[in-house]
Design a protein around this ligand. Sequence first.
Ligand SMILES: [Fe+2]
Length: 353
Amino acid sequence: MKRIKILVSQCNQGTVLAEDVKSCQGTTLVFKDSVLNQYILDVLIAYGIMYVWIYTLDDLDQRNGKITENGNLTDQIEPIKQSHAEAVLVVKQVLKELAVGKKINYTKITQISKSVYGNINNLNVIRCLNSIKDKDEYTYTHCVNVAFYAMLIAKWMNLPKDEIKQVIQAGVLHDIGKVLIPNEILNKRGKLLETEFEIMKNHTLLGYFSIKDLTEINSSIKDAVLSHHERSDGSGYPYGLLSKEIPLSAKIIAIADVYDAMTQDRIYKKGVNPFEAFEMFQTIGMSIFDIQVLNVFLKNISSYFTGLKVILENGEKAEIVYVPPYEITRPVILKGSTFVDITKPNTKILTFE
Ligand SMILES: [Fe+2]
């Protein structure tokens, strides 16, 4: 048995929820996979919640998220960082070979996929991705990040293992067409001219044509390479497809791609924090991305931010103690013993520790 139901009064800080917790009115108070802390326990008590489902310690061991005596997840971040760094090196090698006209080394892509998949149940994946900053190797880091985020979305959607692995490969390969786009356009700082943007848009078709005849590559991966810039309202490219015409793998990669591109720092601009990205997804995102995939993404990813240490715009350190499921853009942040209102000047989340 991997989950047990226990009294809230018996929960310790560090316990990980195995089910969403809802109020008697049906409002979700805490998402599954959240790590309990004193603030969340107080919320549950205030709402009169008696019992919660939690993971057993044995199950958490299997999920590489062991809890220490003081209630923190143990530092299981290093193995993820290592497989991420290895994947970045391999992606770099594969893309460089492709740029000089060699055939894509698909064996290496499947190796990356296996290695990324090895972290699927690690509760620290999001924490790890938040901490990886590599502006210089952005192109390659981005491909690997997208592979990780896409894996999580596919897992949260309960897709079968084979499809999750295909989605990871699609993440790695989604922008391969960019190796054929001139560097001055690819690395231009600031907005592209209309003519430059038209050339940039070709990366979807160029990427697709470079793999379309390779029988070892699954069609869902080719679909994602071709269609990850298509948008549900028909405003995307290359074909302006509508939602029902866009393959699922492309819809997953689109969200993973935009989320990572928004939140990563570039040489010429700082990325937005995840909560600002959630806000964009909840506003304009709703009409351009697949609503079901987007809801799965937002619901699940937001639960992983509780407990993360942040640095605010004013340089102060603080901790995210609660992300209300009904308002995921407004995390509760504690600095010492005082709460921080992140909408006030200078208190925006600048980065994660
Ligand atoms: Fe792209």
